[in-house]
Design a protein around this ligand. Structure first.
Ligand SMILES: Nc1ncnc2c1ncn2[C@@H]1O[C@H](COP(=O)(O)OP(=O)(O)OP(=O)(O)O)[C@@H](O)[C@H]1O
Ligand SMILES: Cc1cn([C@H]2C[C@H](O)[C@@H](COP(=O)(O)O)O2)c(=O)[nH]c1=O
Length: 213
């Protein structure tokens, strides 16, 4: 498949959404192909509906494997409806979270096991793998502090997890970054936001310069 798939990963509060908001218009100015931005879970009506179920703080009874299956189901629909058609049309796709989130949150955080969650996602994605993943790294304490300081609405079900859950998530991200150094590039997200954005843009254009002016 043609196109370019770039994913953004990180613990809660790392700043992916903030960085993407600024980065997208900058990249659009220099991109040689159309660029779309999307997110997981979500990105299309069915997957956004699944997102609301997964993150609803009222759903305290949700089993951890049910949760993992719902993320994979949302991902499947997202790939079929949005990501694959965009890649087939040679577009640049920036995606806020992808399979690595399931490995870190469900595999490690929920302790289902990274191998089991990877296998389930192989089925869902038919092995679609990002060309590049930018991992925004922050200590869990800082990520949670940022969310507590800024978020006005009620926290979602995952934000409410204990610090130890978020530490397991971060630990797995760091392991994945070591395991796949060609694909996963780490950005120090404790830096001021402008520096995080600059670092993301530099990594993208250094790795895939032929896609940008
Ligand atoms: N580099 C930064 N320095 C200081 N504050 C930041 C930085 N990046 C983001 N923030 C703040 O932290 C909060 C969380 O940021 P954001 O929502 O972008 O993170 P996220 O990675 O998308 O988190 P989540 O996965 O929980 O949605 C926001 O209020 C944002 O203003
Ligand atoms: C894709 C995906 C996400 N999660 C978690 C991570 C976050 O806590 C929420 C999504 O919220 P955000 O505002 O988009 O960061 O869902 C997960 O546990 N597993 C996944 O596969």
């Amino acid at each position: 498949m043609a196109g370019l798939l770039i994913t953004f990963e990180g613990p809660d509060g790392a700043g992916k959404t903030s960085a993407l908001t600024e980065l997208v218009p900058r990249l659009r100015q220099i991109a040689r192909q159309p660029l779309i931005v999307t997110r997981e879970p979500g990105g299309n009506p069915i997957s956004e509906a699944i997102r609301r179920i997964i993150l609803d703080p009222a759903n305290t009874a949700m089993d951890k494997r049910t949760e993992a299956l719902l993320y994979a189901a949302a991902r499947r629909q997202h790939i079929i409806e949005k990501i694959r058609p965009a890649l087939a049309a040679d577009k640049i796709v920036l995606c806020d979270r992808f399979v690595d989130s399931s490995l870190a949150y469900q595999g490690a955080g929920r302790e289902i096991g990274v191998t089991a969650v990877a296998q389930m996602n192989e089925f869902a994605t038919e092995s679609l793998t990002p060309d590049l993943t930018l991992y925004l790294d922050v200590p869990s304490e800082l990520g949670l502090q940022r969310i507590a300081a800024h978020r006005q609405s009620q926290n979602d079900r995952l934000d409410q997890e204990a610090l130890s859950f978020h530490q397991k998530v971060r630990g797995e991200y760091l392991t994945l970054a070591k395991q796949y150094p060609q694909r996963i590039k780490t950005v120090d997200a404790t830096q001021p936001l402008e520096q995080v954005i600059t670092a993301c843009q530099a990594l993208i254009t250094a790795t895939y310069g032929e896609w940008f002016d």
